[in-house]
Design a protein. Structure first.
Length: 265
């Protein structure tokens, strides 16, 4: 049974407690005893299992997304569309979509326990760096939804990085990656030159036009490994988010092939 099936089956309280459990329970219209689903390494016979991490990822993703989008004082239509597009890509069921929207709204609240949510999410992930990186990329996409990351949104992203263990350099690299992926389409639409498309392909891989073929291949393999849907799901990414990870690997592949064709290797 999937993580969502277990939640609907009544074992949710046993799976997840803490602020994330409270948020997810509220999004479903349920209240669980605080002694249930104790966070950390208890419950389910020891270390947090995949279903527990998946439910934590779901709750943290949409609630923190709402918090980031409200950071500059308002939630723009573009940010709302971004949240809805994530739900669309995940092909959420109706009850999952309702829960995601409620989590998003909880994140906008002035009483949202931002740091506590992130700290529990980090503990639940148990040093799964690539999983936390995927979470961070989604949040950067949310901040960049209206085409610019505002200073208040950037501060929140820095706070996310501080709690999850990412450096300012990591944030700068991932921000550049997200921006280049937003611009790169893998084709040459009207008004976009071949030169511009190739430069965007380099940006997607985080390299430059002077990078050697061996460096390009290394960057490509690293990014493919970090975003491989099956690997991420095995680490705790909800199955519903496989399409988001799959879209990222597609963009990386197209960018790599664009560079290969231009360089002839």
């Amino acid at each position: 049974m999937s993580w969502w099936g277990k939640i609907l089956g009544g074992t949710f309280g046993f799976m997840l407690g803490g602020p994330l459990g409270a948020l997810l329970g509220a999004s479903l219209g349920h209240q669980f005893d605080s002694s249930q689903g104790k966070e950390g390494h208890e419950g389910l016979g020891g270390p947090a299992n995949r279903e527990r991490i998946q439910s934590a990822f779901f709750a943290a993703t949409f609630s923190v997304m709402g918090h980031i989008c409200k950071a500059d004082g308002k939630v723009t239509p573009d940010e709302i569309r971004l949240a809805q597009s994530v739900m669309d890509q995940m092909q959420l069921s109706e009850d999952q979509r309702v829960a995601a929207k409620r989590l998003f709204n909880e994140g906008k609240s002035s009483t949202f326990p931002f740091k506590a949510v992130l700290e529990q999410f980090r503990r639940e992930c148990r040093r799964r760096h690539t999983l936390m990186q995927m979470f961070l990329e989604i949040q950067i996409h949310a901040a960049y939804a209206d085409g610019v990351i505002h200073p208040t949104e950037r501060k929140v992203l820095r706070d996310v990085c501080d709690v999850l263990g990412f450096s300012p350099l990591d944030l700068a690299h991932l921000e550049a990656l997200v921006k280049s992926q937003s611009h790169f389409t893998g084709s040459a639409p009207a008004g976009k030159s071949s030169k511009t498309r190739i430069q965007e392909a380099y940006d997607v891989l985080g390299i430059t036009a002077t990078s050697k073929p061996a460096e390009i291949k290394k960057a490509y393999r690293r990014l493919m490994s970090q975003h491989h849907p099956d690997k991420l799901v095995a680490k705790g990414l909800p199955e519903e988010m496989m399409k988001i990870a799959g879209q990222k690997t597609h963009e990386i592949k197209v960018a790599y092939n664009t560079i290969r064709e231009s360089r002839g290797f």
